[in-house]
Design a protein around this ligand. Structure first.
Ligand code: VGL
Ligand code: ZN
Length: 203
């Protein structure tokens, strides 16, 4: 069986939501929309991937070791858990990224599943040609994931109603979106995605 479309839920973790160590402003407000997408994809038997930022205690990614970020999403801590409002199906494919203490690794294409398989390999095995990306943060993981998808020959659809940015500079999310579009990513909202998927039906 081939699944031409897949959903990619990026880093909806406690530390990226309000009160978290690296809170994305209003990061939790996209969760109801993400849950709707998750339901849509699951109901149509389409794969759902979910990444987690998953850092060791010491990594160059953190300010104290030369990076730019406060410590966040440290492996096996509460901050690294999925936000409790996110409703992932049991069959969701979980991916981890940011384990290498020497690198930043923002893209989901640098993430690995529990067996060490890369996202691109999993998408190729499943026959995925279109990936729908939502989650956190627009200006980092969402951006790099969408660009990497396109670079690897997979169409990227950025879910405008299910992303939020860190916005270190206020315009960062806007610039990130422009950059994704310039690479050839498309933007989508729920009604459109729902129509596309229902039109094609489950395969
Ligand atoms: C991310 C900042 C720091 C992300 C990860 O996944 O968007 N952003 N670490
Ligand atoms: Zn991180």
């Amino acid at each position: 069986m081939k699944f031409k479309e897949a959903l990619l839920v990026v880093d909806v973790q406690n530390d990226f939501t309000p009160k978290g160590a690296l809170a994305v402003p209003k990061g939790d407000e996209i969760i109801p929309a993400l849950n709707k997408y998750i339901k849509l994809f699951s109901a149509n038997k389409l794969p759902v991937f979910a990444t987690r930022d998953w850092h060791p205690k010491e990594t160059k990614h953190f300010k104290q070791f030369g990076g730019v970020w406060p410590p966040h999403c440290i492996q096996n801590t509460k901050g690294a858990r999925f936000h409790p409002a996110l409703k992932l199906p049991t069959e969701a494919i979980l991916l981890y990224k940011g384990m290498d203490p020497g690198k930043d690794s923002y893209s989901a294409f640098q993430a690995l599943d529990a067996n060490g398989a890369e996202l691109l390999m999993l998408l190729n095995i499943l026959g995925v040609e279109d990936v729908y990306i939502g989650g956190l943060a627009t200006d980092y993981c969402v951006k790099f994931s969408a660009i990497d998808a396109v670079k690897n020959g997979i169409r990227a659809h950025v879910l405008l109603d299910a992303i939020k940015g860190v916005n270190m500079r206020p315009s960062d999310s806007e610039s990130a979106l422009k950059e994704m579009l310039s690479w050839g990513a498309k933007t989508q909202t729920f009604d459109n995605v729902s129509k596309r998927i229902k039109r094609k039906g489950a395969r």
